[in-house]
Design a protein around this ligand. Sequence first.
Ligand code: MBD
Ligand code: FE
Length: 283
Amino acid sequence: MTSDTVAPAAAASGASATERFFADKASSAAATPTERVDLLAREVLDAVHATIRRHKVTYEEYNALKAWLIGVGQDGEWPLFLDVWVEHVVEQVATESREGSKGSIEGPYYVPGAPEPSAGTTLPMREAEKGTPLLFQGQVRSVSGEPLAGARVEIWHADDDGYYSQFAPGIPEWNLRGSVIADEAGRFRIHTVQPAPYQIPTDGSCGKLIAAAGWHAWRPAHLHMKVSAPGHHLVTTQLYFTGDEHVFDDIASAVKPELILDPRPTGDGAGREVTYDFVLDPA
Ligand code: MBD
Ligand code: FE
């Protein structure tokens, strides 16, 4: 990724997520058994057919759908579409028997292999990174209460303009991304900046759907996290901020009450700090 000065273009973020998906995850698709594909494909199609009958869908509407579906692929926005409107239910089903910390969707903008921050536990950021400084700290424990020494806390989030590094142009490669190792007591401290509320790209096909349906494109400001330790289930989650206009009105339906932070001003008044502990289920 070049670090030029082009203004970030939102639709490019959706398309970059397609390349990212193929690089990391697409290969796992081949293993789905025939009976399972038959069952799931038939039920989804049955639901589509039932909707067409119930609402007497016209040829005009059918062709509008066709054009839109073709456009989603052309724009590279399938990962964006699926993660915004479908993933939250997959996440709910995948984690329903967990006792530890609540998870949330991964979304399209995770990149594996973020560096362990060199400047102590300050995330990589630009010299004049905009936004309120935020100290995020806590402890990683097992459901049994035992601290998990050396747990890995991965974090990635948007900048103060709502853009993610590696998905919007002009941002240094690992900006606001890091992988922090907890200490002997399972504790971690991460210095970053408060992310801004995030508007999903409005200039591609997902934006067209939002406009055509009269919806809004906003997600509340959020920190993405992956927390892991040997012998435990990895937790993928997101943390939000109390008072955010969209905290109960997330376009991606990915907020849970347990995931809302309430940071307080730091002693010097320059920033905010918050403590949040993670609890991992044994594998
Ligand atoms: C995001 O930043 C995000 O977290 C999700 C789930 C979808 C689109 C953009
Ligand atoms: Fe996000």
